[in-house]
Design a protein around this ligand. Structure first.
Ligand code: GRF
Length: 200
């Protein structure tokens, strides 16, 4: 299978996917990594590994539609079967979502539907929640709203800061995202309305 990864920043989830491919846990190749920001560390990470790294700079497009057309073109050029959003900080329009219907996954660092959007950890702490975690889901037109594939919880501790909570969640993210991708590629996910069943 052929993966295309969209990342805006650090790229640690991207790295966990690269590692899972290396040890054969994910049977796929990453055909292209695309960032909407030229300075994204994710691009540097893969350029060194020989994986095509492309910047589709949002600033160079007048409209979201033109920007997304460029993204779709790039993904189609590389014959991508599954689009992985790994810290991609933009909401995709119905045009993009329909171009890869049920073939886009996202990771979000909270237990959805609680605390969607940016700054999830800050919101969790401000609200006073006692558990948080991460969610892998298919992407629909909403923000962090598509059918949930996998979730795992972590405790929120009394002395947590955004940073310590983020670090605890991130450890789980790095295990869960490769797991969800592997399940998809092994054809073990069955979408039934909002529910994603895991076939054995
Ligand atoms: C992760 O916490 C992910 O859940 C969120 O953005 C962060 C990206 O981190 N969507 P990285 O770029 O994968 O290191």
């Amino acid at each position: 299978a052929v993966l295309g990864v969209l990342a805006s920043g650090r790229g640690s989830n991207l790295q966990s996917i690269i590692d899972a491919i290396d040890i054969g846990r994910i049977k796929a190749e990453i055909a292209v990594v695309i960032s909407d920001k030229p300075e994204a560390n994710a691009l540097k990470r893969v350029a060194e590994l020989g994986i095509p790294a492309v910047c589709v700079d949002r600033k160079l497009y007048d409209t979201k539609e033109e920007f997304e057309k460029a993204l779709v073109e790039e993904l189609e050029k590389h014959r991508v079967d599954l689009v992985i959003l790994a810290g991609f900080m933009r909401i995709l329009s119905p045009y993009f979502v329909n171009a890869f219907k049920n073939k886009i996954m996202n990771i979000h660092p909270s237990l959805l539907p609680a605390f969607p959007g940016a700054h999830a950890h800050r919101s969790v702490l401000e609200y006073g929640a006692k558990v948080s975690g991460c969610t892998i889901h298919f992407v629909d037109e909403g923000m962090d709203s598509g059918p949930i594939i996998l979730q795992e919880s972590v405790p929120v501790l009394d002395d947590d800061t955004e940073e310590t909570l983020a670090a605890r969640v991130l450890k789980v993210e790095h295990v869960l995202y490769p797991k969800a991708i592997a399940l998809y590629l092994e054809d073990k996910l069955e979408i039934n309305g909002r529910r994603v069943m895991i076939k054995e």
